[in-house]
Ligand binder design. Structure first.
Ligand SMILES: *Cc1c(COP(=O)(O)O)cnc(C)c1O
Length: 351
């Protein structure tokens, strides 16, 4: 830290992303990327002509993409904001709807960026413990008079609550924003987008990084009432009005239009997930009932760190979190069925 850094950031703990090795080729099951390429329509759209247009700024209002998303979800473009990954959207949410008066609440075990944003913006944060089995207790969030953020399905547990339970939380906090991070909803969760028409305090956040195979393009969005989206737009325009680049805007639009391609990929991933979890259980693992594109597993004989290291030595990257309650688990992204067979073979060898 230099002597110039503002003291308000001195204690800031940075978000630590999963490893992104740039040389050695691993079977990469550590950051929940899709093993499948973007749709052929997306690939074809990023053509020479579009690259040449990079001399021009992108549309600061992202009109075409917002219209495409709005039509897809049956809402208006005014109900959609797009960002440089859903991480940026989440950042705007923490910035916009929390302050020293109004704190934030999220689960003790969830996406690692939530505590980082809470600290970055100097917020009072309450981390609400998940139950012993890692399920989220909706009751714990009812009437708590804070901004609420949670992932559904949750990460890294993969567990989901029903839209009815989400609705209870939203209804019981009418004067606070509830942001539901649906990064993994396409792999088996139930979306709450339709509830945004009824509740003006609900935001649903989604990403193109997982189910739509565009992690490297950096694209995410939120859907909510006109007022909430206008608030977020105010911050976006005060931070970086060209936050989504031209190529990503086109890729995103084409991806939304390639619905059946992605639907099939998600179905394949869900099938591979359930089959792999079954193989792991047969080897003595316990796995949560994941609705996401990853498996959250622990073994009675191999610790989390042993699993992580043993797999790494065998060329397979998974994610281990050095955190109370979950340090004996690993989170394994669901890849192709061939990749998952290699994973199971490596684990058999270790056992
Ligand atoms: C991956 C992930 C995100 C971030 O996605 P980007 O759009 O790539 O920034 C947000 N929330 C959760 C829970 C995630 O797992």
């Amino acid at each position: 830290m230099s002597r110039f850094l503002s003291p308000r950031f001195a204690a800031l703990k940075q978000y630590v992303p999963g490893e992104q090795p740039q040389n050695r080729s691993f079977i990469k099951l550590n950051t929940n990327e899709s093993p499948y390429p973007p749709s052929p329509e997306v690939v074809a759209a990023i053509c020479r002509g579009e690259v040449e247009k990079l001399r021009l700024y992108s549309d600061p209002q992202c009109r075409v993409l917002r219209q495409t998303l709005a039509a897809h979800y049956g809402v208006e473009p005014e109900n959609v904001i797009v960002g440089n990954g859903s991480d940026e959207i989440l950042s705007f949410i923490f910035m916009a709807f929390c302050d020293s008066e109004r704190g934030v609440a999220f689960p003790d075990i969830s996406y690692g960026f939530y505590p980082v944003y809470a600290d970055l913006y100097g917020l009072d944060r309450r981390e609400i413990p998940l139950r012993e089995d890692f399920s989220l207790c909706a009751e714990d969030y009812c009437g708590i008079n804070r901004t609420i953020v949670f992932a559904n399905p949750n990460a890294p547990t993969g567990l989901a609550i029903s839209p009815d339970e989400v609705e209870r939380i939203v209804k019981s906090n009418p004067d606070n924003v509830v942001a539901v991070d649906e990064a993994y909803v396409d792999f088996g969760g139930e979306s709450c987008v339709s509830l945004t028409k009824t509740y003006d305090n609900l935001l649903v956040v989604q990403t193109f990084s997982k189910s739509r195979s565009l992690a490297g393009a950096r694209l995410g969005y939120a859907i909510g009432s006109d007022e909430l989206i206008a608030d977020l737009e105010r911050l976006r325009n005060s931070t970086n009005p060209y936050n989504v680049n031209r190529l990503t805007l086109i890729a995103g639009q084409r991806a939304v239009e390639s619905q059946s391609y992605y639907y099939e990929n998600c179905a394949k991933t869900a099938q591979t997930r359930d089959k792999t979890a079954e193989s792991l259980r047969a080897l003595g693992f316990s796995c949560t009932d994941s609705k996401a594109n990853f498996i959250f597993a622990e073994h009675s004989k191999l610790s989390g760190i042993e699993l992580y290291s043993g797999l790494r030595e065998r060329g397979i990257l998974v994610r281990h979190f050095n955190k109370p309650r979950i340090d004996n688990h690993v989170r394994i992204t669901v890849g192709t069925s061939e990749q998952m067979e290699a994973l199971v073979a490596a684990i058999k060898e270790m056992l």
